[in-house]
Design a protein around this ligand. Structure first.
Ligand SMILES: [Zn+2]
Length: 114
């Protein structure tokens, strides 16, 4: 009796564990508005590129409703090395530095670092 109920517990515990082990990928719901008034809601992985246009069941192009993408982060323009440099120095500072360096170079005071 005691043995049997213990075994039953173990099976139950195991199935609980296997359910907990399943990880769901984060998802967002993309909502599309058809010009005919149809609404399409599609789940996308947050990793996925959500298409801006989806073909509606009536054959028309439904447009992605931006407000329904809470997970989507606003796109940041890519920063170039030049942008990063300008965050630390102004152009006039850079010009001064360049002039200073050129002066040293012309005077033969600059050596390449080994
Ligand atoms: Zn439609």
């Amino acid at each position: 009796m005691a043995d049997r109920s213990l075994r039953g517990m173990r099976i139950g515990a195991n199935s609980m564990e296997s359910e907990q082990g399943v990880e769901f990928a984060p998802r967002l719901q993309a909502q599309y508005d058809c010009p005919d008034g149809h609404t399409i809601i599609l789940p996308f992985s947050t990793e996925a590129d959500v298409p801006v246009v989806w073909e509606c069941r009536c054959g028309k192009e439904a447009l992605l409703r931006d407000a329904s993408k809470p997970e989507a982060k606003p796109g940041k323009p890519a920063r170039t090395h030049w942008d990063m440099l300008l965050e630390r120095r102004t152009v006039s500072e850079l010009e001064d530095l360049l002039a200073e360096r050129l002066e040293l170079l012309r005077a033969g005071k600059l050596r390449r670092s080994a």
